[in-house]
Design a protein around this ligand. Structure first.
Ligand code: CA
Ligand code: CA
Ligand code: CA
Length: 303
């Protein structure tokens, strides 16, 4: 496992990014509670989108629909959310204002669309779809749904796009070489390159570029358990952040960054059911924000 090649102690002393929050001896501060976290929960009977403050307070429900509403992703200015819904039959990408109003459907296909990711300049939304022939591809379209383009055009499962903060590159997950691995390509689909080189499965829907552009958080299968890992954006310095217990084959299933890059939000079943957790970017100070028996998943941290 690549993530274990770098001793944790060494990593803490010389973080790959130079940006990791330094641990404070004695009294480590609580994780910053900046911004808002949107997520999906089944707590009210079916999958709906909720938003809460970064400390778990001020929970609000944004969708009320008998269909599944999932996969929220903040617009860069925090005023809107992209999400997916089955309300019109197949999975499609929608947008809504941050208060749940002004819902707009962006895709109209018989195939499925998921994992919408708003570009840093707010003009585009990348997503994954099987609309063509059932083979998943990463697409990009205008933020109004116009001009969809296939960026990957490769046999094999391509999924989970995440933009670099400067908008020039997209990191994604692909099974084109066998087990799911992390790849990066230009925002126009050019020059795809593989970042991870191990035989472990890497979770789909889990990778995210850090706000400073220097790191990528992702989920890797480590000895049968899904764990949160970070690596430098060039694929080096892989470091495993979580170390789940043996109760479940899957512990951590997705991850993203706070806007300031100091914290990571992720989904874990380490306390039984699926909940939203936050921790500092070095893996310390883990906290459960949802504490609800329903399934809570697909977090996105916005301003
Ligand atoms: Ca569709
Ligand atoms: Ca493909
Ligand atoms: Ca829960």
């Amino acid at each position: 496992m690549e993530a274990r090649e770098t001793p944790a102690a060494e990593t803490h002393e010389t973080p790959a990014s130079g940006q990791a929050a330094p641990p404070v001896a004695g009294h480590a501060p609580a994780p910053p509670t900046l911004g808002r976290i949107a997520f999906t929960s089944t707590r009210d009977g079916n999958a709906e989108i909720y938003v809460m403050n970064g400390d778990g307070s001020n929970l609000r429900r944004l969708t009320r629909n008998g269909a599944s509403d999932e996969d929220p992703f903040w617009s860069p200015d925090g005023r809107a959310l992209a999400f997916t819904s089955t309300r019109d039959a197949s999975l499609d990408v929608y947008t809504m204002a941050a208060d749940g109003s002004h819902v707009r459907r962006l895709t109209r296909t018989d195939g499925d669309e998921h994992s919408p990711a708003w570009s840093p300049d707010r003009t585009s939304i990348a997503f994954a779809t099987d609309r063509d022939d059932g083979d998943w591809e990463v697409y990009v379209m205008g933020a109004d749904g116009t001009n969809p383009r296939n960026l990957t055009q490769h046999r094999g499962w391509d999924d989970s796009p995440s933009w670099s903060p400067d908008g020039t590159r997209i990191v994604f997950v692909s099974r084109r070489d066998g087990a799911a691995q992390i790849y990066v390509m230009g925002a126009d689909g050019s020059n795809p390159a593989r970042l991870t080189h191990d035989d472990h499965e890497h979770a789909l829907g889990a990778n995210a570029w850090s706000p400073d552009g220097k790191r990528i958080v992702y989920v890797a299968d480590v000895d049968g358990q899904a764990e949160i890992c970070v690596m430098a954006a060039d694929g080096t310095n892989a470091t495993q952040l979580t170390h789940g217990n043996a109760r479940s084959a899957t512990i951590e299933v997705s991850a993203g960054w706070s806007q300031d890059g100091a914290s990571i939000v992720f989904v874990s079943s380490r306390e039984g059911d699926s909940d939203i957790f936050v921790m500092r970017a070095d893996g310390s100070e883990m906290r459960n924000l949802t504490f609800h028996a329903g399934d809570d998943y697909a977090p996105a941290w916005g301003r």
